[in-house]
Design a protein around this ligand. Structure first.
Ligand code: S3P
Length: 200
């Protein structure tokens, strides 16, 4: 009989960071399933809090309104008593308060990808106001230059996702957690199966 080892789970929340198209939402959903945790997609939580889509929030209130809602939603979601898998939005580390709350409560995993990979994944950029009507590859290259240092500083570990399927990235994250000693098998025992879902 073949025994499939139980995946390990980090103590505390598991937060995925990375640029648009890095796979945070799709990977987070499967990772949560594997870890038997609730999945929270921060962009989705923001739209629920605001009662408006991300596009409408940016259009009506500008990026600063969106960032205020993002910061509020982050605090609300990380206040959950059950350890969650959180798929953040690409710009979440822009504010110091967000970096601090993530550092306090979460194991942070950076899903890394080359801009050429990201642009393939985001397609026409619909639903992502920072990309709409712009040269997505150019924007993503600039964002990588701006944000990569913050991802690197905030992350407990980084996983390269170029050329990998969602399932392969999930396996790579679980392996990396184990390799760096952040996984804890007992953490699975207290987790829940109550998935809140996110976007694809
Ligand atoms: C943003 C990324 C988006 C969303 C918003 C801003 C960013 O999330 O939060 O459009 O600043 O990179 P995804 O990274 O899930 O696309």
């Amino acid at each position: 009989m073949v025994t499939v080892p139980e995946p390990v789970a980090p103590v505390g929340h598991l937060a995925l960071v990375g640029l648009m198209g890095s796979g945070k939402t799709a990977v987070g959903r499967v990772l949560a399933d594997r870890l038997r945790r609730r999945h929270v997609d921060l962009d989705r939580a923001i739209t629920q809090l605001a009662g408006r889509s991300i596009g409408v929030i940016f259009h009506e209130g500008g990026e600063s309104t969106f960032r205020d809602l993002e910061a509020q939603s982050l605090v609300l979601q990380l206040a959950a008593s059950d350890p969650i898998v959180l798929s953040t939005g690409g710009g979440v580390l822009g504010r110091g308060e967000n970096r601090a709350v993530l550092a306090a409560d979460s194991t942070v995993v950076w899903l890394r990808a080359r801009p050429e990979t990201l642009v393939d994944r985001v397609g026409d950029g619909v639903g992502r106001p920072l990309l709409e009507g712009r040269n997505a590859l150019g924007v993503l290259r600039d964002l990588a230059d701006d944000r990569d240092p913050a991802y690197e500083r905030a992350a407990n570990l980084a996983v390269d996702t170029d050329g990998l399927t969602v399932g392969e990235v999930v396996d790579a994250v679980l392996d990396a957690l184990t390799d760096v000693g952040l996984g804890c098998p007992e953490a699975l025992a207290g987790s829940t199966v109550d998935g809140a879902g996110g976007r694809s």
